[in-house]
Design a protein around this ligand. Structure first.
Ligand SMILES: Cc1cc2nc3c(=O)[nH]c(=O)nc-3n(C[C@H](O)[C@H](O)[C@H](O)COP(=O)(O)OP(=O)(O)OC[C@H]3O[C@@H](n4cnc5c(N)ncnc54)[C@H](O)[C@@H]3O)c2cc1C
Length: 421
């Protein structure tokens, strides 16, 4: 099989790169092993929440400009502050073209609310989710939190406790339905995706609207866990038609309904543009021809190679097995490209979970144009994008989705320019 570009990994970065290339007319394939970090996502996309010295960032583009000076190995510094600004303007448009409606401003972080009720700085949030311009500046003073009976991946009491610090009063309500009994029998079935399937039936969605009407009382707004709309787009609109007060969603613990929906929307967009998506297949190895990758082989296609002019490594970090740790080394298993890590294993992590962990910044070494390196030499047609890149702390610095989106767009541009020249 022959393509213009083959992308390894179909998470946020692989899909973004594939969509951008397919929009420009390239024949692209994405091979993706399985679930991506999107299945665990908050429904918000972070650009930059903190600088590496811990300083909070209000203007992510200004923060990226500062990083370019202070942290030259950070992927944003490699891409360059000016290019980052251009891609940060382009990314939400690409998401919207895929049907993912997001709001946010790359010049000013807003605040999303976590499943525990904490406020966290972010860049883009999917429509329908509760956000605030400042922590505690929520659009209500009294709110009704409605949960599903027996659903343990959402914490109304913690949320109420957090909100009380900002003078917001919470009332609780819950719903039970005959169709929920089926999944309630087994606690491991009582997860957001299964609950959402129940509420995708019209009669259950209407029952939820009716229940909200019964419990909302004099509250100004309603909060629901993200347990609606896994197979349909209009669930929140239907509820809003039946309930007078505004309704806001909050993310739950995984699986993430907004993330699953985003993943599905990106896949759909890529395929609609003519892209070929090989889900459930793994790229195992590659053949090289001097400084270039010639072809890759996958688990499902055996001896049938995938050949291309360009390859993009978007296989993620440890979480997605794009990187693998042995007792003394960090490996990239497909191409065996160079990785950046601290040699002394004792320095990989500290036992204090919330500390800044060194291993989080381990990843694939690239040159300034995001070409991967092998034994110190540039591989001319292999780029790396996304969570597998070295040199950044996605969680601590709140830049996970931003690095994935911006590096994917940067790589796509470089491939399109390579093609032209
Ligand atoms: C649990 C979790 C939650 C997160 N939540 C957020 C959030 O809410 N907001 C935010 O801004 N950031 C979040 N992040 C940061 C996250 O890394 C990025 O937001 C982003 O989604 C990562 O996308 P990616 O495509 O770079 O990598 P991934 O999402 O990891 O995707 C890599 C893909 O490559 C596939 N793959 C791996 N090896 C192979 C192979 N050999 N062959 C074929 N396919 C392969 C994997 O199966 C996977 O589908 C989160 C990260 C994690 C781990």
């Amino acid at each position: 099989m022959r393509f213009d570009t083959v992308i390894i990994g179909g998470g946020l970065s692989g899909m973004t790169c594939g969509i951008r290339l397919a929009e420009a007319g390239q024949k692209c394939a994405i091979v993706s092993q399985g679930q991506s970090a999107l299945h665990f996502s908050s429904g918000s996309f972070d650009l930059l929440g903190r600088l590496p010295d811990g300083q909070a960032v209000t203007d992510p583009l200004a923060g990226i400009a500062a990083l370019e000076e202070s942290d030259p190995q950070h992927p944003y510094a490699l891409i360059g502050a000016a290019a980052c600004a251009a891609y940060a303007a382009e990314a939400p448009e690409l998401l919207r073209r895929a049907g993912i409606r997001v709001a946010g401003d790359c010049r000013r972080n807003h605040w999303r609310i976590t499943p525990m009720g904490k406020a966290k700085a972010t860049w883009l949030t999917i429509d329908g989710y509760l956000t605030a311009p400042e922590p505690g500046k929520l659009p209500f003073r009294k709110v009704c939190i409605v949960n599903v009976e027996g659903f343990l991946d959402f914490y109304p009491e913690f949320i109420a406790e957090e909100f009380s610090h900002h003078g917001i009063e919470c009332r609780f309500g819950s719903i039970n339905l005959p169709d929920l009994e089926q999944i309630r029998r087994n606690p491991s079935e009582m997860r957001s995706a299964n609950v959402a399937r129940v509420f995708d039936h019209d009669r259950n969605l209407k029952a939820l609207a009716a229940r909200i009407g019964e419990v909302v009382g004099d509250c100004e707004a309603v909060i629901l866990p993200a347990i609606i709309g896994i197979t349909r787009n209009d669930s929140l609109e239907v509820l809003r038609r039946h309930v007078a007060q505004p309704i806001y969603l909050l993310p739950t613990l995984p699986p993430s309904i907004p993330g699953i929906r985003a993943q599905q929307a990106l896949q759909h967009r890529f395929r609609a543009l003519g892209g070929e998506y090989f889900l459930g297949d793994s790229v195992l190895r590659a053949d090289f021809d001097g400084p270039s990758v010639k072809r890759v082989y996958t688990a499902n296609h055996g001896d049938i190679p995938f050949e291309a002019d360009h390859f993009v490594l978007a296989s993620g970090s440890f979480f997605s097995r794009g990187l693998v740790a042995t007792p003394d080394r960090i490996l990239e298993p497909v191409f065996g490209v160079d990785t950046q890590y601290v040699p002394d294993r004792a320095e990989w992590y500290t036992l204090r979970f919330f500390d800044r962990q060194n291993y989080q910044a381990f990843g694939v070494r690239t040159d300034r144009t995001l070409h991967a390196l092998r034994q110190g030499a540039v591989i001319e047609n292999l780029y790396c994008a996304g969570a597998g890149l070295a040199g950044f702390h996605p969680v601590q610095d709140g830049c996970g989705a931003g690095v994935s989106l911006l590096s994917a767009l940067s790589v796509a541009d470089r491939i399109l320019n390579d093609k032209q020249s």
